[in-house]
Ligand binder design. Structure first.
Ligand code: PMV
Length: 372
């Protein structure tokens, strides 16, 4: 039904001259993980994440209208098509990004057919290393979807309501990268149908509107950069390995149950139970990778060293600090902002030893996509 409402194309007045728009979108860190999907970017279980604040992608989308002649010459309407855009990362042309963007454009064309009427230049920059396990595809596709939505809005005779607009950005971002659907708003977004969340959808993410305890509205995420290299196994491949995975069914059930528990924990402000659920989710995600066929390991010795230290520190100091992991070796350290003074020396002196060139990124929960 929602797909249909996005298919009802708005009445647009397309510009006859070129222009540009800049949008910034953050990454997010999942508390209950999405791992495994069906055709059409449909998740096998619901997930929930903190939207981040400092780990962002800034994308400037520049366009010039295609002349009818260039459409004929370049075959703008044929798919797959790499000819109506170029991608630049920090000013450098990146042809290797083209296939992903071409797939994205093909997927969203039904909802924004006007993308074929322009020649695009996509200029993008991240505040964090690409492919380091920090979800650059999440912030990247959220920024691109947000920029396209800004343009559609500005050309619409009757722009969408704010609610439908956010849903459409999330819907489009999902078609680029599933987790990108959760980077649109903040501080907490869920995606995927779940019985405890009546308005939940497999097609787009929603902001968690239920009562959330104040402690979770001011949470920190220190990202310990254990390995800044490119991931050895892509997320796309990892999701595919869930199709024939012997534990897949159980994993999807576990995630649904963990989301139920986490919703109660978020309302109550139970930070200790939060640590249990979040760590179990991170380890379950990596357990799926370790038991796939073929199996693979993304954690590094320093990932494990940090995990050990986090658990010992939590036990001995009774501070609700916990770890989580994305599809990579880096460790996200989650804790209430009020605990920062007690944790700072430990992070600087103890944990940074396990980071590549001692590097980590200080982040906190944020609010999602914004113009500029
Ligand atoms: O959005 P994708 O297809 O790159 O999948 C990433 C999934 C995880 O980041 C590992 C977990 C999640 O829910 O974000």
């Amino acid at each position: 039904m929602v797909t249909e409402s996005f298919l009802t194309l708005p009445q647009l007045e397309l510009p006859s001259a070129g222009g540009s728009i800049t949008v910034t979108a953050p990454s997010n860190i999942a508390l209950v993980k999405y791992w495994g999907k069906s055709q059409g970017q449909i998740p096998k279980n619901a997930s929930i994440s903190f939207t981040l604040s400092n780990c962002v992608t800034k994308t400037t989308l520049s366009y010039v209208p295609c002349s009818e002649q260039s459409k004929d010459v370049q075959g703008i309407d044929s798919a797959p098509d790499h000819s109506n855009f170029e991608v630049f990362v920090e000013g450098i042309l990146k042809p290797d990004f083209a296939p992903k963007i071409a797939t994205f454009f093909n997927r969203i064309e039904a909802y924004m057919p006007w993308i074929r009427s322009f020649q695009w230049r996509i200029d993008t920059e991240n505040t964090f290393p690409h492919g380091s396990g920090i979800a650059s595809s999440a912030s990247g596709f959220a920024a691109l979807a947000g920029a396209l939505m800004e343009l559609e809005d500005s050309w619409s005779i009757h722009p969408l309501t704010p609610e439908l607009r956010a849903q459409k950005i999330s819907f489009l971002a999902r078609l680029g990268s599933g987790s990108a659907s959760r980077s649109v708003l903040g501080p907490l977004m869920y995606w995927g149908t779940h019985p405890a969340l009546p308005d939940s959808s497999d097609l787009y993410a929603c902001v968690l509107e239920q009562e959330v305890h104040a402690v979770f509205k001011d949470y920190k995420d220190t990202i310990l950069l254990v390995d800044q290299g490119e991931k050895e196994v892509s997320s796309t491949l990892g999701h595919n390995l869930m199709h024939d995975h012997p534990f897949a069914h159980q994993r999807f059930k576990q995630a649904q149950a963990n989301l139920n528990k986490l919703l109660a924990v978020l309302a109550k402000g139970d930070t200790h139970e939060f640590c249990q659920i979040v760590e179990s989710e991170a380890l379950s995600l990596h357990a799926m990778m370790m038991t796939s066929n073929p199996s693979y390991l993304l954690m590094k010795p320093n990932t494990l060293a940090i995990i050990e230290k986090v658990r010992v520190f939590r036990r001995t100091h009774d501070i609700p600090v916990c770890f989580t992991l994305d599809a990579g070796a880096n460790v996200h350290l989650l804790y209430p902002a009020e605990c920062s003074p007690q944790l700072r020396p430990w992070i600087h002196n103890e944990l940074s030893q396990h980071c590549q060139v001692g590097q980590f990124i200080e982040d906190q929960v944020g609010q999602g996509v914004k113009k500029g």
